[in-house]
Design a protein around this ligand. Structure first.
Ligand SMILES: [Zn+2]
Length: 238
């Protein structure tokens, strides 16, 4: 298996690993800090360095609990390697992802339990979330922006906890998404992202350690997507 470091050590961007297996243009590593993608968050970018050179990681391919690093060139990577995750890209993903949690949490509170029907983080500094909000006034959604930025200014701690599946199922709003639920861990628990005093929801992505690590967030657009769904697009200011 590939030991995944993006959850256990979210600040780690450079890591050493050994090669478990290779095929032309791809390498299977013993451990990896690359986020493989999923839940609307794109995979990390970065490179793998080894004695033979350096090659860009094109994408990640999960095969059970093994993570193939698909390379941009047909290099044969052997021996001890060093993986380097693009820290700036990861940081922006964490900022936008955490921003979506805040928007989602405030909408959940303001509209009494709005479920998530989709989310996608872009590589252009924006991200969108779709909420099941039949009959919602879009101006009320736009008006959440100051509260989102209050939560950022308060620099609330963000942490991960693992809760047993039956506890997760019993807690209202913990499984917030109508479309994607993070798969349970090997031990049957579910990973929950907690923003202190604001929100708890199951999620498998990467996040900031505290909300204050994000620049202010702008609500760029609120669209109707069908009768039930509202699509909120956010962007990072500055
Ligand atoms: Zn998340």
């Amino acid at each position: 298996m590939t030991r995944s470091l993006c959850h256990q050590a979210p600040e780690l961007h450079e890591f050493e690993a050994t090669v478990l297996d290779t095929r032309p243009g791809a390498v299977l590593l013993s451990r990896s800090a690359f986020y493989p993608g999923g839940g609307g968050q794109p995979a990390d970018r970065g490179v793998v360095r080894w004695a033979g050179g350096v090659v860009r990681v094109e994408r990640l391919e999960a095969e059970g609990d093994r993570l193939w690093h698909v390379l941009a060139e047909p290099a044969v990577v052997e021996g001890a390697v060093e993986g380097v995750v693009d820290a700036a890209f990861r940081r922006q993903m964490c900022q936008l992802h955490t921003g979506l949690h805040i928007v989602n949490a405030l909408a959940f509170q303001a509209f009494d339990g709005a479920l998530v029907t989709g989310a996608q983080i872009g590589d252009d500094g924006t991200a969108r979330i779709d909420l099941d909000l039949p009959g919602a006034d879009n101006d009320r959604l736009r008006a959440l922006e100051p509260a989102v930025n209050d939560a950022i200014r308060q620099n609330l701690a963000v942490r991960q906890v693992y809760v047993p599946t039956e506890v997760a199922l019993a807690e209202r709003g913990l499984l917030r998404s109508r479309s994607v639920a993070p798969p349970p861990q090997a031990d049957g628990t579910i990973r929950v992202i907690e923003i202190a005093g604001l929100d708890r929801q199951a999620c498998g992505g990467t996040h900031l350690a505290s909300t204050g690590q994000s620049p202010p967030v702008r609500i760029l657009k609120v669209d109707n997507k069908g009768r039930h769904n509202r699509r909120i697009r956010i962007g990072l200011a500055g």
